[in-house]
Ligand binder design. Structure first.
Ligand SMILES: Cc1ncc(COP(=O)(O)O)c(C=O)c1O
Length: 437
């Protein structure tokens, strides 16, 4: 294990750097459901890494595809050039979406996918002669990555307050978290569909002719697992359709089987105009993101002279050959192993194990859907987040990896988890709560 001075050069993201480097948690290898630490302990992965390793770690087929891909084609420029894997993958992804979408635009991360989708929405309206539609509507407690677009429409104060005035012309829907009415809901909470009508209030203030898009996570993950109230997403969809506003679902967490379906749009039966995906698209093995696009949006761009660039946007690594190789292999693995069916069939077990934590000390809410769960603890007096962080560290010491956001512990295990491992995760969390001050 390196000593603490060796750790100083990496300024780590979203990390209490000094605190971490005093007592580092270093992962040195991973296989299936487990990480191995630098002090040679096995850690049961309750979070699929960072919501991304849905098919489990070091999946041999994906690893081989990356190795073979690197030997065949290390890099190909994506501007005015292409390579076969990128086209093959795009077609597979369209198919994977059940042909709800007709095109994909590649990025390298969820943040880039979000900023791409927002730019697409703005350009779409302008191309169609509705250039007054420049406003973007996000939601309180939303997380859409860390680009300026994403933090502007996002709704987590700490991700916004340090960074100046952000994008102009952004407004926010209220969040849907309502513990007074919905605490300990199993799956979709009953109360709160009417919160979607707040969009009408925002429209009344600004006028629909100024609004380009609404972006929401179908299930808000990073803010502590907020499941949408029954009927809420459909209501948002209806208002957007009626008023000519594009609806963007940010499926960076919910995509690729997390709810037991390919995407949350399939789970809820509500279709957005644009959908952002990342993380599980390559099983987390190579950075990649994508925006899935409906035909009416794509086709609006394809009107000018055919020699003209239609969308002035893209990345050096859009459709990187290694990412494409990894994603194609990940799709094969998801398909052939029946990973999503497995997730769907375990959802009820996951729900009952998780809700068994109700009644443990300081547990004030349990939320779940598919293979995502959140357990919220009461905050310590004057120290929001401290109890959650303490629980996270103690859980790691006891051999399980969970995610902490504020005082909520989130679980999103690889979809290959089995019932016994779900039990271990939840039982260990319960033991942590029993001892937690
Ligand atoms: C819903 C959502 N959107 C966007 C992002 C940003 O993705 P990335 O960290 O790959 O930029 C995340 C990351 O957790 C996310 O959960």
């Amino acid at each position: 294990m390196p000593d603490s001075t060796d750790l100083s050069a990496w300024w780590m993201p979203f990390t209490a750097n000094r605190n971490f480097k005093e007592a580092p948690r270093l992962l040195v290898s991973a296989k299936g459901m487990f990480y191995r630490t630098s002090d040679d302990r096995e850690i049961l992965d309750g979070t699929a890494g960072l919501w991304c390793v849905n098919a489990g770690h070091s999946q041999p087929r994906i690893t081989a595809a990356i190795r073979d891909g690197a030997e065949r084609l290390d890099y190909a420029p994506p501007f005015q050039m292409g390579h076969p894997l990128a086209f093959e993958l795009a077609e597979r992804l369209v198919e994977f979406s059940g042909r709800k979408f007709s095109q994909v635009f590649y990025t390298n991360s969820g943040s880039e996918a979000v900023d791409t989708a927002l730019k697409m929405a703005l350009a779409y309206h302008r191309i169609r002669g509705e250039g007054t539609r420049t406003r973007l509507i996000g939601r309180e407690r939303g997380y859409h990555g860390v680009g300026f677009g994403g933090i502007s429409v996002g709704g987590m104060a700490n991700n916004r307050k340090w960074f100046g005035s952000l994008l102009a012309g952004v407004d926010h829907l209220p969040h849907t978290h309502d513990p007074a009415r919905n605490a300990f809901s199993k799956g979709v909470p009953i109360h709160g569909a009417e919160l979607a009508d707040e969009l009408e209030r925002i429209v009344a203030l600004h006028d629909a002719s100024t609004i380009a898009a609404v972006i929401v996570e179908p299930v808000a993950g990073s803010t502590g697992v907020l499941v949408p109230p029954e009927g809420y997403l459909k209501r948002l969809r209806d208002i957007c359709t009626r008023l000519g506003i594009l609806l963007v679902f940010d499926e960076v967490i919910t995509g690729c089987g997390r709810l037991g379906t390919p995407f949350a749009t399939d789970y809820f039966g509500v279709e957005p105009d644009l959908m952002t995906v990342a993380k599980g698209i390559t099983n987390g093995c190579v950075p990649m993101g994508a925006v899935f696009v409906k035909p009416h949006v794509h086709d609006a761009f394809m009107q000018g002279p055919s020699a003209a660039i239609e969308f002035f946007h893209g990345y050096t690594y859009s459709g990187h050959p290694l990412a494409c190789a990894a994603a194609l292999a990940a799709l094969d693995v998801y398909d052939e192993t029946g990973a999503f069916r497995q997730a769907a069939s375990l959802a009820a077990t996951f729900e009952s194990e998780l809700h068994a934590l109700r009644g443990k000390p300081n547990v004030i809410d349990v939320r779940n859907i598919g293979l995502v769960g959140g357990v919220e603890l009461a905050a310590r007096e004057g120290q929001p987040g401290a109890r959650g962080m303490d629980a996270f560290k103690r859980a790691y010491e006891r051999g399980i990896m969970v995610r902490v956001t504020g005082d909520t512990l989130a679980l999103s295990p690889p979809l290959i988890i089995d019932a016994a491992q779900i039990h271990t995760l939840c039982e260990t969390l319960g033991e942590v709560f029993d001892d937690l001050p």
